[in-house]
Design a protein around this ligand. Sequence first.
Ligand SMILES: Nc1nc2c(c(=O)[nH]1)N[C@H]1C(S)=C(S)[C@@H](COP(=O)(O)O)O[C@H]1N2
Ligand SMILES: [Mo]
Length: 161
Amino acid sequence: MKKRVCLTMVLVIVMLMVAGCGNAKNSSAPEQEPKWKISIEGAGDKPVEFTDIDAKIGTVSIKCTMKKKDDTQVEQQWTGVPLQKVLEYYNVKDYSAIKVESTDGYNKEYTPDLVNSEGTVLGLKVDGKDLDEQSGPVQLVVDGKGANWWIKQVTKITVLK
Ligand SMILES: Nc1nc2c(c(=O)[nH]1)N[C@H]1C(S)=C(S)[C@@H](COP(=O)(O)O)O[C@H]1N2
Ligand SMILES: [Mo]
């Protein structure tokens, strides 16, 4: 009889431990799960993913001007990662251009000069706020250039040799 109680207790403890481990795993997972991903192609042998976790390599805050079609200008304070820093992170040195693409397929190619400019940034926040769904989570900011250069919902970056 005593043996049986003991065995039951051991069983209950083991079950609680298994359940406890499961919980510990689940509660630690969200910290590792990225909020967004941008696929980088042509930086190495395989495509890599640049995420909000990687974005911690260095964000800047800069005032940027966007030229609108009607010749007016919009000035905003942007927070983001300079595109040049992202390429540095993946050791990309030689390229003819960088192609930036959005979820809707809209894309453009940027020359090394433009890529190396301080004002070319993967924008994460505008005037202190996260981007809305139509523009973000990441929008390419190209200081001083027209709105057509500012790619919303960036999803892929290709290094062109
Ligand atoms: N993802 C994405 N970004 C884009 C475009 C697009 O079609 N898709 N159009 C570009 C063009 S041509 C312009 S003029 C501006 C328009 O921005 P707005 O809708 O905020 O005025 O977004 C630019 N970025
Ligand atoms: Mo446009």
